[in-house]
Design a protein around this ligand. Structure first.
Ligand code: FAD
Ligand code: DHB
Length: 389
């Protein structure tokens, strides 16, 4: 089999890239090791930047987003129960849209199914070859049969634990990493959100986040130790812990119920440099990870594949490799800005083993500065709603 672009991974990065290429008349195959249902069952991000919403519109998959997406003009930051609102629209005239990653994935999958574009799910032992040569190849096994696809380019959209970055010779890569000693325990519940906007809360017991998926479905998180087990957290224990970390009036309003999903996500900052090796391009979590505090992971993935799709469209359409040649530098420039913001939000809002009494006073001073300084609030608003290219 032969195609122009082989896309490894059917997460949001792979599916969006496939869609943008398909609309530009470039042939692509998506190869995913899990089933479509498994991919759809993963509950992850929930906040879309304006540029991501615009990309979903460009891809022609924003019908449901337009009616179901919740536009948020600000967020609340809470420090030991003291609340401060960051007014995005008042400060910079921008907003974010709350719409779950699961829904983005579903919309992209449905568009792909109805257009008949080729996707291979449950592909085993995916491997990539000769991407530094004249013609790249992808091999995988399906139902016991080995298949090979020859292609012009490979897009590594296979997440942090994928095969594409791992196939690059070690000496060609520089890796930067910070692993945090804590994770986020997340709960999804069919109850109305506790507030109209998201609440990011710092408390001496740890971070908490109140988010949502719809007017009747909420998503809540609490910081837990990295080695915590989900089984140790009954719903009751989760709700008690969440309440303790929130402003008492907010806690009073919290509507609880049986969780419909509960999982722990580890926190990590990670960057691979560069993100292009000959005919292989890394995009999304395969190239970089941010801790979820700034709600950036999905938005970064969308940014990467927009650049990559435009570079490939330029390659096939204008016969110019300018976009391909600048892909890595452009991705990395934006990645480090977003890494900085996500690290800063994480540092302000979490309790670290080394925080101590001095560190807590510094965190408080940072929060007070955010409250009193228009420049500090504007900085948060610009980064949270999405920096321009
Ligand atoms: P992924 O969504 O990881 O997709 C990669 C795909 O590649 C997967 O479908 C995987 O099955 C497939 N794959 C992997 N290996 C192979 C292989 N060898 N062969 C073929 N296919 C393969 N971000 C936020 O902003 N907020 C959050 O709350 C948040 N929570 C998260 C929770 C978890 C547990 C994780 C892991 C991430 C979370 N993120 C969050 C980050 C956000 O979800 C990601 O940034 C986003 O999913 C990146 O999309 P992607 O397509 O690059 O990678
Ligand atoms: C959600 C996740 C985030 O990481 C975040 O910063 C905000 C919201 C969510 O799952 O709703």
């Amino acid at each position: 089999m032969r195609t122009q672009v082989a896309i490894i991974g059917a997460g949001p990065a792979g599916l969006m890239l496939g869609r943008l290429l398909e609309r530009a008349g470039i042939e692509a195959v998506i190869i995913e090791r899990r089933s479509a249902d498994y991919v759809l069952g993963r509950i992850r991000a929930g906040v879309l930047e304006q540029s991501t919403v615009e990309l979903l519109a460009r891809a022609g998959v924003d019908e449901r987003l337009k009616t179901e997406g919740l536009v948020h003009d600000g967020v609340e930051i809470s420090f030991d129960g003291d609340m401060h609102r960051i007014d995005f629209s008042g400060l910079i005239g921008r907003h974010v849209t709350v719409y779950g990653q699961t829904e983005v994935t579903r919309d992209l999958m449905e568009a792909r199914t109805s257009s008949g574009a080729s996707s291979i799910y449950e592909a085993e032992d995916v491997s990539i070859h000769d991407f530094d040569g004249a013609r790249a190849r992808v091999r995988y096994r399906k139902d016991g049969v080995t298949h090979e696809i020859a292609c012009d380019f490979i897009a590594g959209c296979d997440g942090f634990h994928g095969v594409t970055r791992a196939s690059v010779p070690k000496k060609a890569l520089q890796l930067f990493e910070r692993v945090y000693h804590f994770g986020w325990l997340g709960v999804l519940v069919d109850k109305p959100p506790v507030a109209e906007e998201l609440i990011y809360a710092h408390h001496e017991r740890g971070f908490a986040l109140c988010s949502m998926r719809s007017p009747s479905r909420s998503r809540y998180y609490v910081q837990v130790d990295a080695d915590e087990k989900v089984a140790a957290w009954s719903d009751e224990r989760f709700w008690d812990e969440l309440r303790r970390r929130l402003n008492p009036e907010v806690a009073e309003r919290l509507e609880t119920g049986p969780s419909i999903e509960k999982s722990i996500a580890p926190l990590r900052s990670f960057v691979a440099e560069p993100v292009r090796f000959g005919r292989l391009f890394l995009a999304g979590d395969a190239a970089h990870i941010v801790p979820p505090t700034g709600a950036k992971g999905l938005n970064m993935a969308m940014h990467d594949v927009r650049l990559l799709a435009d570079a490939l469209i330029q390659h096939y359409g204008d016969k110019s490799d300018a976009g391909i040649d600048s892909y890595s530098a452009k991705v990395l420039a934006r990645t480090w800005k977003t890494e900085r913001f996500s690290w800063w939000m994480t540092s302000l809002l979490h309790v670290f083993p080394t925080t101590g009494a001095f560190g807590r006073r510094i965190q408080r001073a940072e929060f007070d500065y955010l409250k009193s300084s228009r420049a500090a609030a504007t900085c948060l608003a610009e980064n949270y709603t999405g920096l321009p290219d």
